[in-house]
Design a protein around this ligand. Structure first.
Ligand code: ADP
Length: 231
């Protein structure tokens, strides 16, 4: 899988959110997207996931424009948005059946994903009855049901307790062995645990794009890394 982001810019009215972003992803790896609040991480992820219209620049998945080939490319991308929107009144299995029907995913695959993300014990419950950690697993399940080549996870461990964070990271790590994962986070330790590459964005621009070795052990936290790269 290759993903090319070329000269991507995005404004919300007068607010510039992304400014001439260029990123190339060529192999299966877990990439950490870091940036302070308001840096443009969610806007970038939404653009790749096809949730936001691309006005300036282009995004190519295996040389195919995601804008011009929306359905085909969306079939190959999984997306867990920030705040994990779920239908709270649905039963877990009912919700996954619904998502699966959109992608023509088999019953067998649904069961496999339920097992992979560890929600077997919860599958007959209503979504609103679940803990935040289990809800996040359902968010992950809906993102991977159709076996996407590229998985986009917007702050997947935000708001979870330490045990839940470890469990979700293990699932992401397992998925990342065969897929490309782009995840945003504020936690440097998360990046060091999961990612092989780090992209720092600041005020809508890429300020650093480097292998994790350039970061490992060097910064106490994301803020320190930013001070270093933006001073
Ligand atoms: P991050 O995910 O890094 O916190 P965002 O992509 O959410 O950053 O936001 C980038 C900038 O765009 C911020 O200044 C934010 O306030 C602005 N922004 C994001 N979404 C909207 C929107 N729907 N309308 C107006 N401004 C927005």
């Amino acid at each position: 899988m290759s993903l090319q982001i070329k000269n991507l810019s995005k404004s919300y009215g007068a607010q510039l959110a992304l400014s001439d972003i260029n990123i190339q992803i060529e192999k299966n790896e877990i990439i950490g997207l870091l940036g302070p609040n308001g840096a443009g991480k969610s806007t970038l992820m939404k653009s790749i996931a096809g949730v936001l219209d691309i006005e300036q620049g282009e995004i190519l998945l295996d040389n195919e424009s995601i804008k011009a080939n929306e359905i085909r490319t969306k079939n190959r991308i999984g997306y867990l948005p920030e705040h994990n929107p779920l239908y709270q009144e649905m039963y877990v299995r009912e919700y996954l059946n619904f998502v699966a029907s959109l992608h023509n995913v088999s019953d067998e695959r649904i069961e496999k994903v339920i097992d992979l993300v560890g929600i077997t014990s919860e599958k007959t419950k209503k979504i609103h009855q679940l803990s935040k950690g289990y809800k996040q697993r359902i968010g992950l399940a809906q993102a991977i049901l159709h076996q996407p080549d590229l998985l986009i996870l917007d702050e997947p461990t935000n708001g979870l307790d330490p045990n839940q964070i470890i469990e979700i990271r293990q699932i992401i790590k397992a998925i990342g062995e065969s897929k490309t994962v782009l995840l945003s986070t504020h936690i440097m330790q998360e990046v060091e645990t999961l990612c092989s590459r780090v992209i720092l964005i600041h005020k809508g621009q890429v300020v650093q794009d480097a292998p994790i070795e350039d970061f490992r052990g060097k910064y106490r936290n994301v803020e320190d890394a930013f001070v270093h790269y933006t001073k």
